[in-house]
Design a protein around this ligand. Sequence first.
Ligand SMILES: Nc1ncnc2c1ncn2[C@@H]1O[C@H](COP(=O)(O)OP(=O)(O)OP(=O)(O)O)[C@@H](O)[C@H]1O
Length: 263
Amino acid sequence: MAPMISIQAVTKVYQSSRGDVTSLDDVSLDVDRGEFVTLVGPSGCGKSTMLNLVAGLLEPTSGQVLVNGAPVSGPGPDRGVIFQQYALFPWLTARKNVEFGLRLQGLSKRERRERAQHYLELVGLGRFGSALPKELSGGMKQRCAIARAYAVNPSLLLMDEPFGALDALTRVQMQDDLLATWQQERRTVLFITHDVDEAVYLAGRVVVMSPHPGRISDIVDVPLPYPRTEDMRLSPQFAEIRGRVWRGVHHPSATSNLRGDGA
Ligand SMILES: Nc1ncnc2c1ncn2[C@@H]1O[C@H](COP(=O)(O)OP(=O)(O)OP(=O)(O)O)[C@@H](O)[C@H]1O
């Protein structure tokens, strides 16, 4: 079976007023169905560019991106995208926000309502369907955005720093909530973060990127089972994996020779 995502020798060059900027340089990556992969790296290493290429919001300069075996030629309902800013419609209730994407799928009013309720419950907002976004906390808004993305039943979730605007405690809670949701309805997830701890805690595989030009400098397996727990987060094994990812992010030249050695 084809991998869910196949990024094949992709280079992306932006034309800007300051000349050409090579954002991604000959990057290849396959992600299997049901995998949770995090992308981590310093600012400007091309994480968002990579996610937007998979989302179909950008086109590669060379190389190709396949989703489910087919070349990406634009956005589609098979891919749900969640950005740092919650992007909820402020004039719609939480339920109507979740229902919004379902209208395009031609579901009846009753089906839309049931599906929205199911996903609101899945993210712990079952009792907040009639609340407006301004009545929800930052974490609740982001859970609502996740419910909306899940409800359209995408096979792939693309998340660009979704917890970046949240305080540290809410963030940890959101990580557990997201993993719980993912374990129940296993979608493939590509998740961008600056936070090394978050990258390791969530992922089955961490892809470490380095900038100028953007490349993959290391790929680190996280062999910890799900569900992930606080004890795991505080374990020596976690510390060891985090150490390797940390070095990859902060001292990219030291780890770049690891690439491809399967270590
Ligand atoms: N529209 C654009 N025009 C010109 N250059 C761009 C454009 N978008 C991104 N870039 C450049 O491409 C490089 C990669 O940007 P990208 O946003 O993908 O990185 P990132 O790793 O997601 O960064 P951050 O973590 O800060 O969001 C950067 O050098 C950036 O300045």
